[in-house]
Design a protein around this ligand. Structure first.
Ligand code: NMX
Ligand code: MLT
Length: 435
């Protein structure tokens, strides 16, 4: 067994004993109440899940095992000559609960490199789809085709002992994370680059190799990919992609089935697809207003038009956050350092000066501030990745790190099948009438 796997097992045994104790001594203690509104309105604010990898504070933003994004950028190991954290390091942190050393990260990079082989039938499955298929559909089809490789599913079919679930889930997790950049890059090159594919470079770290297979050799883009893969990786357990992955996994579906399900949620415009919607919205605004950076007055009018048409302003608002998303701020800092004069970046910043006031004045929007998706497209476009329908695939590759680390924990802690109770409106009416 590899030393990282052994370490995970030791941590899981330790936490498993603590959870057993918690359940034995405090299992009946209330975490909260549920209101009628919460049952209808997306269960906002109900604490009903346990996710070890990260925790979201409404005002501070996300912390991964206690570390904020600025702290991760400072403490996680970097590539030689690089300034941004390596996503392999974040995966280690989420899985093990401790900051990795440089050697841990190098080890993980080479393990992922060795496991990255993708069988041909996965490419055949993607090739069978018409070229106009959305890249997120291609991604879930590719991941589903990869499910033939699940060692968890195979072991279960052969009669696996419950005690071993974690071990096979761990193997599937590493294999899937290793293979995803290859599948995603294949989709990109097939759809947008005439099927001219680029072989992996085993000397590169996970994110830089992904950039290379996409066809981007610029060091700046590789740095962006490292940061991008870190900041999109996890956002505690209740968001649609993480919750779906966890829910499907609770039926003992393997990592491929569970992750593909999560990706179908990420593909929705109120969740991960918002990153493509933001850039589409900005490009529409530019087209309508002509060249250059629009004035605040022009942006104001365009935002009001969007709202009057019954649409949301993409990239703004959040179900939990109540301040500017620190993932937006990390990208803003990256842009200030590397591409401050870029016109689209300037537009993103001017939109940020304009939108919160308008949304705040509506009186109903709980968070008028930008989320992660408000900034990412402008950075990608700067380096030439202009095919914005692909942006959510990048989000998905990153999200695999968090949701799959969590899936390992789910199986290691023996978490149960998820099955909350639902009621009908008839039941609610009788309940509020006290019947
Ligand atoms: N533009 C216009 N209206 C908004 C926005 C926005 N950006 N955000 C919230 N509202 C509206 C919302 O539609 C709702 O209206 P109504 O009562 O008429 O149905 C009202 O404000 C109250 O919604 P909230 O409670 O503030 O937000 P909720 O928690 O329901 O939804 C989002 C959160 C993220 C779905 C919502 O803010 C939104 O639609 N934002 C735009 C899409 C987006 O950027 N999504 C990406 C989220 C991050 N991610 O990557 O997943
Ligand atoms: C995410 O990264 O998952 C989004 O910000 C959505 C969420 O947290 O609900």
């Amino acid at each position: 067994m590899s030393y990282i796997k052994e370490k995970f097992k030791a941590k899981a045994d330790e936490l498993g004993a603590e959870v057993k104790d918690l359940l034995k001594n405090h299992g009946t203690k209330k975490v909260g109440d549920v209101t009628v509104a919460q049952a209808y309105q997306g269960m906002r604010g109900i604490t009903g899940l346990v996710t070890e990898t990260s925790l979201l504070d409404a005002n501070e933003g996300i912390r991964f095992r206690g570390y904020s994004i600025p702290e991760l950028r400072e403490h996680l190991p970097k590539a030689p000559g690089g300034a941004e954290p390596l996503p392999e390091g974040l995966f280690y942190l989420m899985l093990i609960g401790e900051l990795p050393t440089e050697a841990d990260v190098q080890n993980l990079s080479s393990v992922l490199g060795r496991r990255s082989h993708v069988p041909n039938h996965v490419f055949d499955a993607i090739n069978a789809l018409p070229i106009h298929t959305h890249p997120m559909t291609m991604l879930t089809v590719g991941v589903m085709a990869l499910q033939t490789e699940s060692v968890f599913a195979k072991a279960y079919a052969e009669g696996m002992n419950k005690k071993d679930y974690w071990s096979y889930m761990y193997e599937d997790t590493l294999n899937l994370i290793a293979r995803l950049p290859r599948v995603a890059a294949y989709i990109y090159r097939r759809k947008y680059k005439n099927d001219q594919h680029i072989q992996p470079n085993g000397m590169l770290d996970w994110a830089a190799n992904f950039a290379h297979m996409l066809g981007y050799e610029d060091e700046g883009f590789k740095e962006l990919m490292r940061l991008y893969m870190v900041i999109h990786a996890d956002h505690e357990g209740g968001n649609v992609s993480a919750h779906t992955t966890h829910l499907v996994g609770s039926a003992l579906s393997d990592a491929y089935l569970s992750f593909a399900a999560g990706m179908n949620g990420l593909a929705g415009p109120l969740h991960g697809l918002a990153n493509q919607e933001v850039i589409k919205w900005i490009l529409d605004m530019k087209e309508e207003l002509g060249g250059g950076v629009p004035t605040k007055e022009q942006i104001d009018a365009f935002v009001r038009k969007t709202l009057a048409e019954g649409k949301v302003v993409p990239g703004y608002g959040h179900a939990v956050l109540r301040k500017t998303d620190p993932r937006f701020t990390a990208q803003e800092e990256f842009a200030k350092k590397h591409l401050a004069s870029d016109e689209l970046v300037q537009i993103v910043w001017r939109v940020y000066e304009t939108v919160p006031g308008i949304l705040g004045d509506l009186g109903k929007v709980k968070n008028p501030w930008p989320n992660v998706d408000a900034h990412s497209g402008a950075l990608l476009l700067h380096y030439g990745l202009k095919e914005y329908e692909f942006y959510t695939v990048l989000f998905g590759v990153s999200r695999a790190l968090g949701v799959l680390a969590s899936l390992c924990w789910d199986r290691a802690l023996g978490l149960s099948l998820e099955r909350p109770k639902s009621v009908t409106t008839e039941w609610m009416k009788e309940f509020v009438e006290g019947k």
